[in-house]
Ligand binder design. Structure first.
Ligand code: GDP
Ligand code: IMO
Ligand code: MG
Length: 437
């Protein structure tokens, strides 16, 4: 049964995270909730994200900007836990301006870390050298987080302080150039070029830099509604994902406090975005992956091609073991189930309800990556539905087998589904609208 309310009004701080391997439709869900929010905040990741919003037939793909940027009434913040490529940000803002969206509501935390050209070059060089590739987005995300943790990163506050930026850049570049040349046989980067380029970016973005920790804590305490926008997803989480085939940050709800400075006690509801089936871009284990024509059908119907890199996404049946694991770790209070329309037309649908590893049943995601590679899915087969459901806006109007599919997910994950998305447009949703204010 769909749960009763999916409104932001009653609770001040909502989190929206991915529960699978990314690309679940987080951008769309944020866009649906955004009109009710005062602040929309990215708390981790960087422009490895690709969040698609389709509004009045126009498609926007956002990488670094919070998806709420299309709503001028919401203040959008790139939070402390994000890694920021200023060149990409300026390009994104320019692209939006060209489409008539001014982006004046964008703010940048002074604590966010900067992605530098050597991070991008190292990401590429490391990936090239790896025997077992991760399939990163090559946007410099991993190397930037590496520098953050090894305490040599350059933060936004350092970048807008000219003397400090020059010093840190010189120190870092000396080390990175020897790495590039000696370990990876790559050409070195030039200090003056990077310095000049990043001075221009700083001049352009400086007026957007704020102490977001103070702003956000103050906002929540004064009753404003804040929406935290996750990028990537739990199965790509540095701690709980399919390590080492993961991203370098914490896309789980636990990452919100770390990545924004807002204490856990102020975070109320945790929305987990879940696709009605599974996809994955990049390398790594994927227990329910399909290598047959069904995968082709899903990829084609679902438009499963990366929003950031254009790579075809690997496709498979819904993995409820991974879903339950993600709901538990994130403390998901509401599932937003997306792309249910893509599953119309199959006679039967499979959902994975267990793994068989070395002949032994397993009911959770194992830490050992080799075990996960060997895991054989145990499927439950459910009846499909033939109708096109893309125009349905009421739960009651869904075909019975479609409702049974939703109920199976709710029962297995022990989590209510609050919203079902049945198409790309912001209007194509089934939401219980009972107003509980
Ligand atoms: P995100 O990274 O989680 O924001 O997801 P992406 O934007 O990378 O990928 C989701 C894709 O599915 C986008 O192209 C969306 O426009 C599309 N999408 C979202 N919800 C639905 C839905 O309910 N049905 C269909 N058919 N497409 C959807
Ligand atoms: P959104 O926010 C899907 C994957 C990459 C690679 C791994 C590590 O759109 O859901 P990285 O560049 O982060 O070091 O790559 O993580 N990856 C994503 N996959 N959606 C994303 O973001 C992703 N961001 C990173 O493909 O496997
Ligand atoms: Mg995406």
């Amino acid at each position: 049964m769909l749960c009763d309310d999916f409104k932001l009004r009653r609770m001040p701080a909502y989190t929206v995270v991915g529960t699978q391997w990314g690309d679940e439709g987080k951008g769309k869900v944020i866009d649906v909730l955004a009109p009710q929010a005062d602040y929309i905040v990215r708390f981790q990741g960087g422009n490895n994200a690709g969040h698609t919003v389709v509004a009045k037939g126009e498609k926007f793909v956002l990488h670094l900007l919070p998806s709420g940027i299309l709503h001028p009434n919401a203040q959008c913040i790139i939070g402390p836990g994000v890694v920021l490529d200023p060149k990409v940000l300026i390009e994104e803002l320019e692209a939006l301006t060209a489409k008539g969206i001014c982006g004046k509501n964008l703010w940048i935390s002074d604590r966010a870390h900067l992605i530098m050209p050597y991070h991008i070059k190292l990401d590429e060089a490391k990936e090239k050298k790896r025997q077992k590739k991760i399939g990163t987005t090559r946007r410099g995300i991993g190397p930037c987080y590496e520098d953050k943790v090894s305490r040599c990163g350059i933060r936004v506050a350092d970048w807008i302080d000219e003397a400090r930026f020059s010093k840190l850049l010189r120190e870092n570049l000396g080390e990175k150039n020897s790495l590039l040349e000696r370990v990876y046989a790559e050409s070195p980067l030039d200090f003056d070029e990077i310095h000049a380029e990043y001075r221009v970016y700083a001049a352009e973005l400086k007026h957007r830099v704020i102490d977001s920790v103070k702003v956000l804590n103050g906002a929540i305490r004064s009753g404003k509604t804040v929406l935290f926008e996750g990028a990537q997803a739990l199965m790509l989480d540095i701690d709980y994902g399919t390590y080492p085939y993961v991203t370098a940050s914490s896309p789980s709800t636990g990452g919100v406090s770390v990545g924004t400075g807002v204490p856990p006690g102020l975070l109320d509801r945790q929305v987990g975005v879940m696709k009605a089936y599974c996809t994955r871009v990049g390398e790594g284990p994927f227990v329910t992956e399909l290598m047959n024509s069904t995968a082709e059908v899903i990829r084609k119907r679902g438009g499963e091609f990366g929003a950031t890199t254009g790579r075809p996404r690997r496709c498979g049946w819904l993995d409820l073991i991974a879903a339950k694991y993600a709901c538990a770790i994130n403390g998901i209070t509401d599932i937003a189930l997306t792309k249910l329309d893509v599953l119309s037309g199959f006679d039967t649908l499979k959902v994975c309800v267990g793994y068989q590893i070395h002949g032994t049943p397993c009911d959770t995601v194992p830490a050992n990556i080799e075990d996960l590679y060997r895991a054989v899915p145990i499927y439950e087969e459910l009846p499909g539905w033939s109708q096109d459901i893309a125009t349905i806006t009421r739960y009651e109007a869904l075909p019975e087998s479609c409702k049974a599919y939703l109920q199976f997910i709710e029962t297995f994950t022990e989590t209510p589904i609050a919203m079902v998305s049945v198409g790309v447009d912001r209007s194509q949703n089934i939401i219980r609208t009972k107003d509980l204010k």
